[in-house]
Design a protein around this ligand. Structure first.
Ligand code: ZN
Length: 330
């Protein structure tokens, strides 16, 4: 099976709209996936809050994940959404590549500035990883035993010839704490970052969201230190459990201080792969091997790791592709 994906095709998932659900008592506001930005009124801090429940559910549906595996991927996807704060242009993209030595230690996720996010586990979870991890009362769920230790690489594709890449040691294994270290040391942005995915007793995703708060290197670190402490104590977990909207998460991140609302960006699971991507992946084999493949089997299958989509090229399509490649060379 061939694997690969590029940006040749865009597919958007439908999202629920606010106010779409009606309860017997009237309208019920449905919390939609979004990235919400704010700046503290004295301009010394900026904060982002994300609600990512639907997109994490969609990713888990596509990759057939639940329990601990859903939390690991969901935290990475949510963090990728928050890291788009590092981008400026809609075409820019941030990728998180986790390379830990734990059983769920290989994870990829990327998010564009426009809110399109995708991701996958690069390891095959077994049944133990599809059940909810142990959760002590009053503490956040720990995923360190699943991710392990290793490296965490961040790639910022700014549309330039070469993307910018940095990395940090994966030491805590909780993903958000490790990324916090990356932002503070590599990006010179003192940060507090928390991402949480809540699952029910069957391991299904109930809520997902995150918070990122940043200041300048010479700014007051007091609020960030308090927020880091609160995030590690499971306070974000509790807020998500109580279905608090992103504006409340911003208030929590900024310690209840006044802030200027800088607006929202919708977030959705979306992968730009498509039939053309599959052709491009197969093309890398070269005309001779493609023709050989066409003689050996009825079709070739290309699987996109990021979104789980499968594309088939029939033997006739493979022969046509080989002929095209030969024509383009001559
Ligand atoms: Zn895809």
């Amino acid at each position: 099976m061939l694997t690969g994906c590029n940006d040749a095709f865009s597919r958007k998932q439908s999202r629920p709209r606010a106010g779409e659900n009606r309860s017997k008592s009237g309208y019920k506001l449905e919390i939609v996936d979004q990235l919400h930005r704010a700046i503290k009124s004295d301009f010394h801090l900026r904060a982002l809050a994300s609600s990512t429940t639907e997109l994490v559910r969609e990713a888990c549906r596509r990759h057939e994940l639940s329990g601990a595996a859903a939390i690991v991927l969901g935290r990475t996807l949510t963090a990728a959404c928050l890291l788009t704060s590092l981008t400026k242009d809609e075409r820019e993209r941030v990728r998180i590549d986790i390379r830990g030595n734990g059983p769920l230690g290989r994870v990829l996720a990327d998010c564009r500035s426009n809110g399109d996010v995708r991701g996958c586990l690069l390891c095959e979870p077994d049944d133990r990883h599809r059940t909810p991890p142990a959760h002590a009362q009053g503490a956040r769920v720990s995923i360190a035993a699943y991710t392990g230790q290793g490296q965490l690489a961040i790639t910022r594709d700014l549309g330039l010839e070469r993307p910018y890449q940095g990395s940090v040691a994966l030491t805590s294994g909780e993903i958000d704490e490790d990324l916090e270290g990356y932002l503070t040391t590599s990006e010179q942005l003192p940060s507090a970052l928390g991402v949480e995915v809540l699952v029910d007793g069957h391991g299904q995703v109930v809520r997902a969201g995150g918070i990122l708060c940043q200041t300048f290197p010479d700014g007051d670190q007091t609020l960030l230190e308090r927020l880091r402490h609160d995030l590690r104590a499971g306070n974000l977990y509790d807020l998500l459990l109580r279905e608090r909207p992103t504006v409340d998460l911003l208030g929590f991140a900024l310690g209840g201080a006044d802030f200027d609302d800088m607006g929202t960006t919708p977030l959705q699971f979306a992968c730009p792969c498509g039939p053309q991507t599959a052709r491009a992946v197969v093309s890398t084999l070269g005309a001779d091997d493609i023709e050989k493949l066409a003689g050996e089997r009825e079709y070739a299958e290309v699987n996109c790791q990021f979104c789980g989509s499968n594309y088939q090229l029939t033997s006739a399509q493979l022969r046509e592709l080989a002929a095209e490649l030969r024509r383009s060379r001559s």
